[in-house]
Design a binder for this molecule. Structure first.
Ligand code: GLN
Length: 503
């Protein structure tokens, strides 16, 4: 029998629909894989004890001839930032250890309604703050390509799970790059939707004006299939767009088969340069551009002079919003409470937050409250908001000239665990190319572009499109993916050491 964990979600869904495999078999194969590999990788914080029951129910419904969605019976890993009624939701923090939500996040509810089988909750940097998953209160996740290296962050668990064949599909969240940068360092596909395109209801908020939930997968088509399930208007989220969205799976199929690259204008940002980018990352990016060009795309230099100030603006706006969002962890309403005998309410609150929050979270709360304090507001938060507007204008002007913008998805390949942990500035710079999309609310996708010569580790290329043009990213992403997989003679992930099942 084929190894069910090696199949794409689309291929597995076809076998399920044809009745050639059961969801119970598919789910058991992934649970076994988690059992075999997660001691090393630690992608999961919680494995769903009810997964096989859910799968059996889908199998029963299929046998009874119930109408089922295209992904019914396919297993799904869920980033622990998304609340679930049947599994704890910790957002990687000690302060929420064991927390059970009374409701499901909208994306989780939609995934369940579509018949997807929740496998468990994946590890992440605490409250989604980080680029390495080392800020998780529950210990780091390791990169399946090299266990001494980070899987990216904050959604390193979801990316590692998908790369290590523990799950064909995963959900992530992206506030400044936490879907796309982990995709880059693990050789997987990740897409941050247009702001408002996917519901944030039940996504534990980091920075509400930047957060978006999105798919983490091994192929562009799989991302489109999952996006079709989770996306669309949600009355529970006041920032959710009322739009009717096209099928993203259909867009991906069109991209893979059609001629979408002919005449496509691909913008490259002049001001970004090569400085600060690992040589192998730049080389892989250039080679991908050459492939696009060879198939009829036109590479156009565009100017986005404020792009490089994105990180600075982000690290004022994000902490400001985060400090406010995290004020709800007050020892009364959620999770942890540290009792202080004879202490006041304030003493209990302070002791709880001292014990429950990690260093990075505390650092950002201090930054955020400072940036928002009277007398500094205009100098910091106000200025950052102005830079945000300038970045949005840069995008508007660039997209008047090109269909998509391309950048490397991150400056380097996966770094070693511990390498950047004591250097927050260095850690923050990992998101230099992903952050601008969050500030502008536009969609972005990262797909594998190859392996860096110097270390043999995966590199991703990012495409950005105007707001609401997520379908364009699926078309272009799938087109390039098809060409590259052809060039490589098979998916990049086939070369990941952990794929051999040796561990
Ligand atoms: N690495 C970025 C940060 O630490 C992005 C986080 C995210 O997208 N959730 O804020």
């Amino acid at each position: 029998m084929t190894d069910l964990t090696k199949l794409s979600a689309a291929a597995l869904a076809d076998l399920l629909a044809a009745g050639e495999v059961s969801s119970v078999d598919a789910t058991r194969a992934h649970l076994d894989r988690i059992d075999d590999t997660d001691g090393d990788i630690h992608a999961f914080l919680h494995v769903n004890g009810g997964a096989l029951d859910v799968a059996a129910d889908i199998d029963r419904r299929r046998a009874a001839g119930d109408p089922l969605g295209p992904l019914a019976g396919v297993p799904l890993a869920i980033k622990d930032v998304l609340v679930t009624t049947d599994m704890p939701s910790t957002s990687g923090s000690r302060i929420l250890e064991g927390y059970m939500s009374p409701y499901d996040a909208t994306v989780v509810a939609r995934a369940r309604a579509a018949g997807l089988v929740p496998l468990g909750k994946t590890n992440m940097d605490e409250f989604a703050m980080g680029s390495s998953t080392e800020h998780s209160a529950y210990g780091p996740t390791r990169n399946p390509w090299d266990l001494d290296r980070i899987p990216g962050g904050s959604g390193g668990g979801s990316a590692a799970a998908v790369a290590a064949l523990q799950a064909p599909l995963a959900l992530g969240s992206d506030t400044g790059g936490s879907i796309r940068q982990p995709a880059h360092v693990t050789g997987t596909v990740g897409l941050k939707p247009t702001y408002g395109g996917v519901s944030r209801y039940g996504a534990i908020a980091l920075a509400s004006s930047l957060d978006q939930v999105g798919p983490v997968t091994r192929t562009v088509l799989d991302a489109g299939l999952l996006h079709d399930v989770i996306g669309g208007h949600d009355p529970h989220d006041s920032t959710s767009l009322p739009d009717e969205w096209p099928s993203f799976a259909a867009a991906a199929r069109e991209g893979a088969s059609g001629d979408v690259l002919r005449g496509l204008k691909v913008g490259v940002i002049r001001e970004l340069g090569d400085d600060g980018f690992q040589a192998g990352v730049t080389a892989s990016f250039r080679a991908a551009l050459a492939t696009l060009e060879a198939h009829g795309a036109e590479i156009v230099e565009v100017s986005a002079p404020h792009f490089e100030y994105g990180v600075a603006a982000y690290y004022l706006i994000l902490p400001a919003e985060a400090s406010s969002n995290l004020a709800k962890f007050d020892s009364v309403r959620f999770g942890l409470r540290v009792d202080v005998s004879g202490g006041t309410v304030e003493d209990v609150m302070a002791a709880t937050r001292e014990a429950g929050f990690g260093d990075e979270v505390k650092r950002r709360i201090i930054l955020g409250t400072y940036a928002l304090s009277a007398g500094y507001y205009d100098a910091y938060y106000g200025s950052a908001q102005k830079v945000r507007t300038l970045i949005q204008r840069d995008f508007d002007e660039a997209f008047a000239r090109v269909d998509v913008i391309a950048t490397p998805s991150a400056p380097t390949t996966a770094f070693r665990l511990g390498e950047q942990l004591d250097d927050p500035m260095q850690m923050y710079l990992n998101d230099v190319t992903t952050i601008p999309a969050n500030l502008a609310g536009v969609p972005g996708i990262s797909i594998p572009s190859g392996l860096a010569d110097e270390d043999g580790l995966p590199v991703g290329i990012q495409f950005l499109a105007p707001a609401r043009e997520d379908a364009r990213l699926y078309r272009v992403g799938a087109a390039l993916e098809a060409l590259l997989v052809d060039e490589w003679g098979g998916p990049l992930l086939d070369r990941a050491p952990v794929r051999g099942g040796g561990r």
